[in-house]
Design a binder for this molecule. Structure first.
Ligand code: PMP
Length: 460
């Protein structure tokens, strides 16, 4: 102990912290050997859109720390709310017990969500919320006497998390293929991804055409399908590929017609990211299950929830001995500190007219990022609200990507870090998903640094 305290006192610069980190910390989504070359950035503090390292270096968090942060780091209002809750109750199990923050949060979320989502089941991260929705849908059909409905329909290029159930219903092969022997078998339908639209075709036209695959899958598999799971409007981890709301409208109608649940994974797109509070609103639909996490607590604390309907809830409501209950649990289900951060988040939405302010910001983001479209190695710039993405390719006309092994996106990442901006391209797709407290001038900086990075990474 004494030794550690002395070491902490002595560790004042980046290199010393990095050495200690690399001795013991195994990082997520990382080939650790990369860090023989790639600098690790130890962060001492955050403020607003900025992260600061141990030597005073600052980085504009253009990706909201994996899309979780909405209102900046160390936000005074959220800090105050969590601090106050900390003095009262840090944690209590949610089975047999309850607490004020989880009650108030459930009231607020059900009031805010598409009409008819009246019940909240909590977990503590996005993947776990997906597991909950998948298990609940399967279990619902069993409880109502249709046990053959056990399969899930998913879109190509989708992403729903890393735990085995969530990985199974996702489709990004980089994360999935190695684990295939461990995963349940799903029905995969081509994504409506509008990057693949024909020249001159509208987003809506492309999505209507692509929907034929989903209609066919539903027709063939409805008898054995529990649910369709989608990321509404943006396949974020799937290189920020986007589609039109009309696809969700068609999907809702078809799921109803075929008696199959619709699971909307709004973990990344919820809480204003695409311009509306929830992306589903743009299609005027209500899913049967809506998964929320990330921005739910403004990225402060791990929390997730699955909202569902009264009919689903009622299918589980029975005498204990019938064993129809949903017995899923996590130790930290509905943690009071996390629920308090979520309540403070919703409070900011209510008092600060965030969605209206974001409309101006996203117009600026769109205007500035579309300037990159003229670059000879940019095939497309696309946007939904506060997400904009730049598709960097080898051949602009043929839309041919660079060989992935060349890791051009990594060059952009490194350049941006040197310029004080945290961009984290997905492959060769540079995207901007900043906290909502970003200013137009900071957007300009972010775009300028991306432009330089793209120039640098494509010059040979
Ligand atoms: N679903 C979507 C759409 C996501 O973007 C993510 C995380 N990137 C997840 C699920 C998984 O969430 P978590 O990382 O908290 O497990």
């Amino acid at each position: 102990m004494g030794n550690h305290a002395t070491m902490a006192a002595m560790t004042t610069d980046n290199a010393a912290w990095v050495a200690r980190d690399l001795a013991h910390v195994w990082h997520p989504c990382t080939q650790m050997k990369d860090h023989e070359q790639l600098p690790m950035i130890p962060i001492r503090r955050g403020e607003g859109v900025w992260l600061e390292d141990f030597e005073g270096g600052r980085y504009l968090d253009a990706v909201s720390s994996w899309w979780v942060n909405l209102f900046g780091h160390a936000n005074a209002r959220i800090n105050a709310a969590v601090r106050e809750q900390l003095e009262r109750l840090e944690q209590v199990m949610l089975a047999g017990f309850t607490h004020e923050p989880v009650i108030r949060l459930s009231e607020a979320l059900t009031a805010l969500a598409p009409r008819g989502l009246t019940r909240c089941f909590y977990a503590d991260n996005g993947s776990s919320a997906v597991e909950v929705a998948v298990k609940m849908s399967f279990h619902y059909w069993r409880n109502v006497g249709r046990p053959a409905k056990t399969r899930f329909i998913t879109l190509s290029n989708s992403y729903h998390g890393e735990t085995l159930g969530a990985l199974a219903v996702g489709n990004v092969q980089l994360y999935k293929s190695i684990y295939q022997p461990l995963l349940m078998d799903v029905i995969t339908v081509p994504s409506p991804d509008c990057f693949e639209r024909e020249p001159g075709e509208s987003w809506a036209g492309h999505c209507r055409r692509k929907f034929a695959h989903m209609e066919a899958a539903l027709r063939e598999h409805a008898h054995e399908a529990a649910a369709v799971i989608v990321e509404p409007l943006v396949q974020c981890a799937g290189s920020m590929r986007m589609y039109d709301p009309v696809y969700l409208e068609l999907l809702r109608e078809a799921c109803d017609r075929h008696d199959v649940h619709l699971i909307a994974d709004e973990i990344a797109v919820g809480f204003g990211r695409t311009g509306t509070m929830f992306a589903c609103e743009q299609a005027h639909i209500r899913p049967d299950f809506m998964c929320l996490s990330k921005g739910l607590t403004s990225g402060y604390l791990p929390l997730s929830t699955v909202l569902t309907t009264e009919p689903v809830y009622e299918a589980f409501y029975d005498e204990y001995v019938k064993l129809n209950a949903f017995l899923h649990s996590h130790s930290f289900t509905g943690n009071p500190l996390a629920c308090t951060a979520a309540l403070a988040t919703l409070d900011i939405f209510r008092t600060d007219d965030v969605l209206a302010r974001n409309r101006a910001l996203s117009a600026h983001l769109g205007r500035r990022s579309r300037e990159l479209e003229s670059h000879p190695h940019v095939a497309e710039v696309r946007q939904h609200g506060m997400i904009a993405a730049v598709e960097v390719v080898r051949d602009k006309v043929a839309r041919q990507p660079y060989p992935w092994q060349e890791r051009r996106g990594l060059k952009i990442y490194r350049h941006a870090l040197g310029r004080g901006v945290l961009l984290r391209p997905i492959g060769d797709v540079v995207y901007f998903m900043p906290p909502y407290v970003i200013t137009p001038e900071q957007i300009d900086l972010m775009i300028e640094v991306a432009r330089e990075g793209i120039e640098l990474a494509t010059c040979d």
